[in-house]
Ligand binder design. Structure first.
Ligand SMILES: [Zn+2]
Ligand SMILES: [Zn+2]
Length: 245
């Protein structure tokens, strides 16, 4: 009875990922106006190579064999979506984004694409305390569910604080190297028991963070590593590889 009354008086309230106005259904987190903006960024060709996103293979993050992303981090719409997902998104917003990422994986690599495990680049503790969740962990869990494989936190923080944004570009690649380590509890006889791992993060800026985490996986026996992010910042290709020399 109480549930019925609640259903009558408390309408579920879903919000647009961009303008935060109410939307009708949790299945599509955009209002009419923002839906147009979003469909434009998601179908936009790669800003770096000019190819459609599903054909683009220009994001080079060693030692990942491939990188999937939904859209380029450029312009108001992309920034707004990432901002909301990072700070105040609901689980169904992530369900929507995950379903689109899975579509992108299959469109790029074929329906036969599979992984043994999905892991993620962990968010700093103070950031989790502030916003209440780890966005990359959410992504990893939902991706694993959709792809029908395991998810596990394979990467852990070293405890070194690194507010990357405050560091100059020259030092970001270096700073990232000290921030992560293997999650010891995931090891079996010193190795990770996985061959194909998908490594999730919300955004790839220079690729330095993802590269460092992928190297940690590789050095613990993972043969094939693929990276996945909601967005990628164009125009910064490989700068860290050139600068570190
Ligand atoms: Zn809107
Ligand atoms: Zn490209």
């Amino acid at each position: 009875m109480l549930e019925k009354l609640k259903g009558l008086f408390i309408k579920p309230y879903y919000r647009c990922l961009i303008c935060r106005h109410a939307v009708k259904s949790k299945a599509y987190p955009f209002c009419h106006r923002c839906g147009h903006l979003y469909s434009r960024i998601i179908s936009h060709n790669c800003h770096d190579c000019g190819k459609p996103p599903r054909e683009c293979s220009c994001i080079d993050v060693e030692p990942c064999l491939g990188i999937y992303r939904l859209f380029d981090y450029k312009g108001f719409t992309a920034m707004r979506v990432l901002y909301t997902l990072k700070k105040r998104a609901s689980v169904w917003d992530y369900e929507y984004v995950t379903s689109k990422l899975v579509e992108r994986i299959y469109a790029t690599s074929g329906q036969g694409m599979s992984f043994d495990c999905v892991c993620y680049v962990p968010r700093e503790k103070k950031s989790i305390d502030r916003y209440g969740y780890d966005q990359s962990k959410r992504l990893a869990m939902l991706l694993a569910q959709s792809l029908g494989c395991e998810w596990k936190p394979l990467i852990a923080h070293t405890g070194v604080e690194g507010e990357q944004k405050r560091l100059s570009r020259e030092f970001r690649g270096v700073a990232a190297k000290t921030r992560f380590k293997i999650n010891e509890s995931a090891l079996v006889e010193g190795k990770l028991p996985y061959k194909r791992v998908l490594l999730a993060d919300d955004i790839i800026t220079t690729g330095a963070t993802m590269s460092e985490c992928a190297r940690i996986l590789k050095s613990h026996g993972v043969k094939h590593i693929f990276g996945i992010a909601i967005a990628h910042t164009p125009g910064r290709k490989n700068w860290h590889l050139h600068n570190s020399k």
